[in-house]
Ligand binder design. Structure first.
Ligand code: NAD
Length: 437
């Protein structure tokens, strides 16, 4: 089979490479000439574990290629996927669909045989029908069907998420389109992946329902963590105690500084707007959005309080700025709220992140970037952990203590044990746990 993938970002590049691993011929298209040039040279423009090998292997096998030219990419394809960005629209929080609609017009100009047009981007209900209308208008006689195939991969574990997903959701508008999609995902049928075949609208909504549910789950445990702090309970034990109940489930019950990243903030907001627009408001999600926004801002106050209530003229060492480990993605990362608030309060921020510093430099002016963990700590008044990268989990605590001016650690990811930290002589604070048991 043969497909074109429009948009070669975190989703398009991973999905394209994974489909090629399934044996499909994939041409990835992007408008960003630099990205395509780098990919043609064998460089991977994003940080995603395992992606370089996967891409290299499939390029060498002749199943994966990159181009700026959609016409060339669409020759002889069974399906064309739209995997472009759908960021928040400035001002109102609705999903900005201009890239999706732009791609639909370009597809229409190049349709010359029956093709399934698949939206993989996260798009509000009704977008697939609008894509169909755009194509019909530009190419009234074109032979095509629309399908929705939202993507559930997570950055940092994107390849295994794509290759071994919990489920695949497909919204198809005809049996013919459904059959093309089933053939594309055949390797997943063989490993008995549940495939939910449904309508276009249901598939579109399922993606938002999934992301907003997960955002609500995180927000729930974050509020329980705050309550734990007030009443002397331990949020990890609460999370385990509830998570072992199969109706609740263990995952996504880890407290932290508030969710961030390229999906949850924009998708919660977009679903809130859709629901308001159709007169069926989602008050739970409206509250989740509000709590999370405030939480990210409050985190700087915790750090300032740990530094004695004033950071004027002090240096705060920040470990991790990406929104989660194993990615260089900085979109809506909590660090984008926390670091500027520390700077505004008079602190100098010295930071280190294993992968995201090149992105973060553009977004966090005034930060002093360190070449490794220990040089970030050298002479700092306190250290805060914002991202739970593996390399921060087993720091040499003696060395950390010797480098810091005062042994103060604010661990917003709860990667250390309060008892161990007290024993090591730290003034340690984390989220939802008594300082030392
Ligand atoms: P991204 O910004 O990393 O990549 C989008 C790419 O599309 C960019 O390289 C851009 O240059 C390209 N592009 C835009 N318009 C184009 C056009 N007309 N022709 C060719 N290329 C074009 O975005 P992403 O993170 O990969 O997200 C893509 C979609 O997938 C979004 O809707 C997002 O919500 C959804 N999604 C993302 C994730 C994730 O973890 N990043 C997970 C699941 C779903």
């Amino acid at each position: 089979m043969r497909i074109a993938m429009i948009g070669t970002g975190y989703v398009g590049l991973v999905s394209g490479a994974c489909f090629s691993e399934f044996g499909v011929h994939v041409t990835c298209v992007d408008k960003d000439a630099e990205k395509i040039e780098r990919l043609k040279r064998g460089e991977i423009p994003i940080y995603e574990p395992g992606l370089d090998d996967l891409v290299a292997r499939n390029v060498a096998a002749g199943r994966l290629s990159f181009t700026l030219d959609l016409k060339e990419a669409m020759q002889g394809v069974d399906a064309v996927f739209i995997a472009v960005g759908t960021p928040s629209r400035r001002g109102d929080g609705h999903a900005d669909l201009s890239y999706v609609y732009g791609a639909a017009e370009e597809i229409a100009q190049n349709l010359d045989h029956y093709t399934v047009v698949v939206t993989k981007s996260t798009v509000p209900v009704g977008t697939g029908r609008e894509v169909e209308a755009i194509i019909r208008k530009v190419a009234p006689n074109a032979e095509f069907d629309i399908a929705s195939n939202p993507e559930f991969l997570r950055e940092g574990s994107a390849i295994s998420d794509f290759m071994r997903p919990d489920r695949v959701v497909i919204g198809a508008t005809s049996d013919r389109a459904g059959e093309v999609m089933r053939r594309l995902y055949r390797p997943l049928y063989l490993i008995e992946t549940p495939i939910v075949i449904t309508s276009l609208e249901t598939a579109e909504l399922t993606k938002y329902a999934a992301n907003t549910f997960l955002a609500a789950k995180i927000t729930f445990i974050n509020e329980i963590a705050d309550l734990c702090e007030k009443v002397g309970a331990n949020v990890h034990d609460v999370a385990r105690g509830i998570g072992l109940d199969g109706r609740i489930g263990k995952k996504f019950l880890h407290p932290g500084p508030g969710y961030g990243g390229s999906c949850f903030p924009k998708d919660t907001l977009a679903l809130v707007r859709t629901a308001q627009q159709v007169g069926s408001p989602l008050r739970i999600i409206e509250t989740v959005v509000d709590i999370n926004d405030k939480r990210k801002k409050q985190m700087a106050q915790r750090i300032i309080a740990a530094c004695g209530g004033d950071v004027t003229g002090k240096t705060v060492a920040v470990l991790g700025v990406a929104f989660k480990p194993n990615t260089d993605d900085m979109r809506d990362s909590p660090s984008l709220d926390i670091v500027p608030a520390l700077q505004a309060a008079g602190a100098t921020v010295r930071a280190y992140d294993p992968a995201a510093m090149h992105e973060a430099e553009k977004l966090l002016p005034g930060v002093v970037w360190a070449k490794d963990v220990y040089s970030a700590l050298d002479g700092a008044d306190c250290v805060t952990i914002l991202t739970e990268w593996n390399e921060f989990r087993a720091l040499d605590l003696r060395r950390v203590k010797a480098l810091l001016k005062a042994p103060v650690m604010v661990d917003l990811r709860n990667i250390y044990n309060p008892d161990d930290m007290a024993q090591a002589g730290f003034v340690y604070s984390s989220i939802g746990r008594p300082a030392a048991l």
